[in-house]
Design a protein around this ligand. Structure first.
Ligand SMILES: Cc1ncc(COP(=O)(O)O)c(C=O)c1O
Length: 302
């Protein structure tokens, strides 16, 4: 069993938890039973990598949270509240390698899918994360991602589909589960985006194919293009997995993870293009100007 297969449950005691303005005991109840995040998964979340006590790409995650809140029809989150929670959970002993996760839910609500106008619930957590393996197997699952669904592309707390898919993949030796979308094109994994290398070019499903707009994905595409790699976002048939010379997946805690097998199909990993992409990501990640969002009065990425 590799590090990723162990899950996080053994580390619950090491997770720092802050809810609605207070640090709380991670094992004690701190969110109302009638919270709409609990009853129907009406909420959104973000996960950022922590390295040496410092969370990565916070501004980009905040921007995506805003998009997810708007997509669910929830009122805008108060980022001062989230920032207070982040400061609280990162205080004290720096977390060498870990995960900062914050969620904002619709707050107390009726038992059904209807909403009322309760104040939002804010939950911020931080804790250590096991190191990643050097590479992993990905398993294609028999269920689809709905690229036309109401929550397509939103990072909602309704992740039960991902729980089922990841359990399926892990039972078959995978570190991740890979979904096609409803028209049979490549989409994404339960918590990672997917890239394939064909003819020396890096290809990844476009956002219309239904994946989450991963922060690692967006940075990697930008940085690889700046360094001369061809990266194309397009709709890709699942058969591309048979012809791809290299496959890798990306996420906030995995960075660039080479894939050494898709189900039974073995792939050399890391291949040269994957190794280059991983090197570019690792190097540029250390440059705050590269990570910052470019815009008026803001630093540019190159
Ligand atoms: C469904 C899904 N796709 C892709 C990703 C990767 O996104 P990021 O690079 O922002 O972590 C995640 C992140 O957890 C995710 O939940």
């Amino acid at each position: 069993m590799n590090q990723l297969d162990k899950g996080d449950s053994s580390q619950v005691g090491a997770i720092r938890v802050w809810v609605n303005g207070e640090m709380v005991d991670p094992a004690a109840p701190s969110v109302a039973a009638l919270d709409h995040g609990v009853t129907v998964g009406d909420g959104v979340f973000e996960t950022c990598k922590i390295v040496d006590g410092i969370p990565f790409a916070l501004e980009r995650h905040a921007r995506r949270l805003d998009r997810s809140m708007a997509g669910l029809g929830l009122p805008p989150a108060d980022h001062h509240v989230i920032d207070a929670g982040i400061t609280a959970v990162l205080a004290g002993e720096p977390i060498a390698f870990g995960r900062l996760r914050y969620s904002v839910t619709g707050g107390a609500g009726p038992l059904g899918s209807d909403r009322d106008d309760s104040p939002l619930t804010y939950i911020v957590t931080a804790g250590p994360q096991p190191p990643n393996p050097g590479s992993g197997t990905v398993v294609v699952v028999p269920w689809t991602r709905n690229e036309r669904g109401a929550t397509a592309g939103l990072k909602t707390t309704s992740y039960a589909e991902n729980v089922v898919a990841l359990a399926f993949a892990k039972k078959r030796g995978g570190v991740e589960a890979l979904f096609a979308n409803t028209v049979g094109n490549l989409c994404e994994c339960t918590g990672s985006n997917v890239f394939v290398v064909v003819g020396g070019e890096v290809l990844t499903p476009d956002l219309a194919s239904g994946p989450l707009a991963g922060i690692t994905r967006e940075l990697l595409i930008d940085w690889c293009r700046h360094e001369g790699l061809t990266v194309r976002e397009e709709s890709l048939p699942m058969s591309v997995l048979q012809e791809a010379a290299e496959v890798f997946i990306t996420s906030s805690t995995k960075d660039v993870l080479p894939v050494h097998a898709i189900g039974d199909r073995l792939i050399a990993a890391p291949g040269p293009v994957t190794a280059r992409a991983a090197e570019i990501f690792a190097r540029r990640s250390h440059d705050p100007l590269s990570v910052a969002i470019a815009g008026p009065g803001k630093p540019r990425t190159s």
